[in-house]
Design a protein around this ligand. Structure first.
Ligand code: CNA
Length: 332
């Protein structure tokens, strides 16, 4: 069986098979315990720990923004009224070019209007303030990382953002405020420069290229990470999902999510590929991945508490939510 595995892996050029030394290295436990406590110990021992966080819609659901795939509450379960050929069509670029109306109707529900960042967003900001955040990669388009005060150099919005928009014909730029007015009134935003093009928020649809910043920084960052924290994502959208495999073999990976996701599939396991999260310590590539299953906010607050930052996080949230309340009042 081992011979067959090595033969297939080499023939298919799927992987550089590890030497015995590399095998031994990967089989050693990177963490003293495969639990949140093991992660906490690891962060405390590595004073200059460079952490990358990766997030999906699950860090924003407690703010009131539905995710895509959660059963019954996810957006894909609420799209019947739009009469789409399939749920993903609402974010399909070719479909949008033919019929932008369903997207703009849905956009009303997704607009960053009055939503407050969650504990998870402020935990990421706290990591940054502590000098531990190498970068935050988000699939979210809701701008809540910006609202939480995460600096733009620490942020990669892999699927774009509602923060800005462009005319699809003449590329004239538009602000969120301008687009929001139209979308809330139920009007499809049309360019005021060329009077022809539809103004589309700068979110990335299926069939569009990801931002250049994503490619450049992902190539640079992941190899330097000492810890990867993945939160609130189903890890099904590529190429974002496979970023988890770009950290070093010895970099621990913590998943904070309602369910186990991104796990190694059987073929990868059979071929000995380093693909996917491996929570089974007996596996050749086990020993560094931890799954904390539950709500992202609870997981982040617990992690902060265990690191001794719990009160700091609570105070940051209280201060920032007060500030947003005052800003909201002065806007109205
Ligand atoms: P998804 O596929 O909907 O998966 C969300 C994951 O998070 C699932 O595994 C859920 O079980 C889990 N989850 C949901 N709520 C919580 C919670 N409170 N605590 C812990 N886990 C939770 O979403 P992904 O982000 O993985 O998919 C990528 C898409 C979703 C991107 O293209 C986004 O643009 C898109 N999206 C973004 C938003 C947003 O910006 N807030 C909202 C909806 C969809």
């Amino acid at each position: 069986m081992e011979k067959l595995r090595r033969y297939l892996a080499q023939k298919l050029r799927l992987v550089d098979l590890p030497t015995n030394d590399q095998n031994n290295e990967s089989q050693q436990l990177v963490l003293s315990k495969l639990s949140l406590d093991g992660i906490v110990e690891y962060i405390k021992e590595n004073t200059n720990c460079k952490i990358i966080t990766m997030a999906g819609a699950g860090i924003s659901t407690s703010a009131g923004i539905p995710d895509f795939r959660s059963p019954s509450s996810g957006l894909y379960h609420k799209l019947d009224k739009y009469n789409l050929p399939h749920p993903q069509a609402i974010f399909d670029f070719n479909f949008f070019m033919k019929n932008p109306e369903p997207f703009f109707t849905l956009a009303k529900e997704l607009l960053p209007e009055g939503f407050k960042p969650t504990i998870s967003h402020y935990f990421i900001r706290l990591l940054s303030e502590k000098g531990l955040l190498l970068r935050h990669y988000t699939q979210n388009i809701d701008t809540l990382e910006r609202v939480a005060g995460l600096s733009s150099d620490k942020l990669v919005e892999a699927h774009g953002t509602f923060h800005t928009g462009h005319c699809l014909k003449c590329r004239a730029p538009y602000t969120l405020l301008w687009m929001k007015e139209k979308i809330i009134e139920g009007i499809i935003p049309k360019c005021e420069e060329c009077n022809e093009g539809v103004v589309k928020p700068d979110i990335i649809f299926f069939g569009e290229m990801l931002p250049e910043r994503f490619r450049i920084l992902a190539d640079r960052d992941f190899i330097h990470a000492d810890l990867l924290i993945i939160m609130g994502s189903s890890l099904v959208v590529q190429p974002f999902a496979s970023l988890i495999d770009r950290v070093r073999n010895t970099c621990p990976r913590l998943l904070i999510n309602n369910e186990k996701v991104g796990t190694q599939d059987r073929l990868s396991r059979f071929l000995g590929l380093r693909q996917g999260l491996v929570f089974d310590v007996k596996s050749a590539h086990g020993g560094r991945d931890v799954a904390w299953l539950g709500d992202c906010d609870t997981g982040c607050q617990l992690l902060a508490d265990k690191l001794g930052w719990g009160d700091e996080l609570r105070a940051l949230i209280q201060r920032e939510h007060e500030r947003l309340k005052v800003e909201d009042k002065s806007d109205n």
